[in-house]
Design a protein around this ligand. Structure first.
Ligand code: E4P
Length: 218
């Protein structure tokens, strides 16, 4: 399973890419708007340090402009994946972009039918938004399981990115649902590296060890 960082925070990305536990990055206009650096500068730096796929979202609205912008974004580097919302107006241009071999991550996916149509168009990734389904009282994890079954049953090649993951529980569920990728925001990612029982267990072992009086071991 691949784990992407869901952020545009360069410090975080550098730290964990170096460690080798991060396989890619997903950005969106919200993430980029929070950074001091200009979006283009961030993206150009990202493509140098991240070995895997980096999703960059379109910011235009009309289908014609989205099409041209997607072509331009994809040319930034080989590992750029263009993020396009799963909107009915874009089906036509998504089909064209796939034919041009442009790597696409379909974002804002909220239903099995949307996921199916994007698989039929042959996009590289679809991103079902788990947290935002939770926000409206729907079951995002259930959708992940359903999309997994649909892709496996019908033999599509599209990969699932579990997105909008806002807790460790949802991260764990994405692992269990066999998402191909989980994209995790910085705070959840750092929390998922640790566990309070690991900390308290270490303290207990170290304090018990002190009781032996041994100064050097081995
Ligand atoms: C990633 O591709 C998405 O843009 C991101 O996970 C959205 O998360 P949010 O719903 O918490 O904003």
């Amino acid at each position: 399973m691949k784990v992407f960082l869901d952020t545009a925070d360069m410090k975080m990305i550098k730290k964990y890419v170096q460690l080798g536990i991060i396989d890619g990055v997903t950005t969106n206009p919200t993430h980029l708007s929070k950074e001091k650096e200009k979006p283009e500068k961030i993206i150009k730096e990202l493509v140098k340090i991240v070995p895997g796929d980096i999703s960059v979202e379109i910011t235009e609205k009309s289908a014609d402009k989205v099409y041209l912008q997607a072509q331009k974004i994809s040319k930034i580097a080989k590992n750029i994946v263009v993020k396009i919302p799963c909107h009915a107006d874009y089906y036509e241009i998504i089909k064209k972009l796939v034919k041009e071999k442009i790597q696409i991550n379909i974002t804002l996916v909220f239903s099995l039918a949307q996921a199916l149509f994007m698989c039929k168009l042959g996009v590289k990734y679809i991103s079902p938004f788990i947290g935002r389904l939770d926000d409206i009282g729907a079951d995002g994890t259930q959708l992940l399981y359903e999309i997994r079954d649909m892709i496996d049953n019908y033999g599509y090649s599209t990969q699932i990115i579990a997105a909008s993951i806002r807790s460790i529980d949802r991260f764990n569920e994405a692992i269990m649902a066999i998402a191909d990728v989980a994209t995790i925001p910085s705070d959840v990612f750092e929390k998922s590296l640790q566990h309070p029982l690991t900390d308290s267990g270490m303290e207990k072992f170290l304090s018990d060890w002190k009781k032996t009086g041994i100064k050097q071991f081995p």
